[in-house]
Design a protein around this ligand. Structure first.
Ligand code: MN3
Length: 239
C-alpha cells in the first residue's frame, strides 16, 4: 500500500517545484499524466456540434451520465488497486481477457475507453464525408472500395444483436478488419487495435431515432472524424 504515498510525495514535489517557478499549467500536466482516479475527458466540441446527425440531448446524456457511470464504476472496482488505476486506460484494457478478467473491469474499463475513443472520432457533419486520399486507398486495399467498406461496416453494426460496438481495427497481422464486440468489450482485449468504433447501444440513439438503428448509422457516417482515424493508424504504425 505504499503506492499512494509515493504518488502523494511525487505530487508534493511537483507542487513545490511549480510554486517555485510559478507555472500552473505544468502542474496540471503532471497530475494528468498519472491520475489517481479515472476521469471524464474533456469533450472536444459542444453537445450540439453534431446536430442534426446526433442531437444535443443524446450527446449530453450519453457523455455526462452513461460515460460518467462507466468511470465511476471503474474507479469503484479499482478502489483497492491504485497501481492499476494509474495505468493509461488503453493499457488497462489491453490486459483484460473477457470471461477471465473481472467482469467489472471488462465492462467499465472497456466502457471508459470505448467512449473516450468515440467522442474523439466525431466532428461536425460534412456532406460526402470521406477519409483523405491516403486512408481511402488503404481502406480500398482491404475492402475493394471505400463504399464497399462502408456497406460492410454498416451491415456489421446493424447485425450486432443487442448492445455493443462495430469496429474498424487492425488485427495481429496489421491487416484492416471490420468486427463487432458485445457490450463494452474492446478489440484491444483480442490483441487488435481499434481505429474507429460505432456505439450501437440503444442509449446512443434511442432519444432521436427510437428503434431505427439504420437511420442512426446512416447519419453517423456524416460525423466520422476521419483525421482522428488516420492519426490513430499513424500512432500504431510508428510503434
Ligand atoms: Mn454508449
Amino acid at each position: 500500500m505504499n503506492q499512494p504515498l509515493t504518488r502523494r510525495q511525487m505530487l508534493r514535489t511537483a507542487c513545490a517545484a511549480t510554486a517555485f517557478v510559478g507555472i500552473a499549467p505544468r502542474l496540471t500536466r503532471l497530475q494528468a499524466a498519472e491520475p489517481a482516479q479515472y476521469e471524464l475527458p474533456k469533450l472536444p466540441y459542444a453537445f450540439d456540434a453534431l446536430e442534426p446527425a446526433i442531437d444535443a440531448a443524446t450527446m449530453q446524456l450519453h457523455f455526462e451520465k452513461h460515460h460518467k457511470a462507466y468511470i465511476d464504476n471503474l474507479n469503484k472496482a479499482l478502489a483497492d488497486q491504485p497501481d492499476l488505476r494509474s495505468l493509461p486506460i488503453a493499457e488497462l484494457v489491453r490486459g483484460l481477457v473477457p470471461g477471465k478478467s473481472p467482469a467489472a473491469l471488462v465492462n467499465h474499463g472497456g466502457g471508459h475507453l470505448n467512449h473516450t475513443m468515440f467522442w474523439e472520432s466525431l466532428r461536425a457533419p460534412r456532406a460526402d464525408n470521406r477519409p483523405d486520399k491516403a486512408l481511402s486507398e488503404l481502406i480500398a486495399r482491404s475492402f475493394k472500395t471505400f463504399d464497399a467498406f462502408r456497406e460492410q461496416f454498416t451491415k456489421t453494426a446493424l447485425g450486432r444483436f443487442g448492445s455493443g460496438w462495430a469496429w474498424l481495427a487492425l488485427d495481429g497481422r496489421q491487416e484492416l478488419i471490420i468486427r463487432d464486440t458485445v457490450n463494452q468489450e474492446s478489440p484491444l482485449m483480442f490483441a487488435q487495435q481499434p481505429l474507429l468504433g460505432l456505439d450501437v447501444w440503444e442509449h446512443a440513439y434511442y432519444l432521436k431515432y427510437h428503434n431505427r438503428r439504420a437511420d442512426y448509422i446512416n447519419a453517423w457516417w456524416s460525423v466520422v472524424n476521419w483525421d482522428s482515424v488516420a492519426s490513430r493508424l499513424d500512432n500504431v504504425s510508428s510503434k
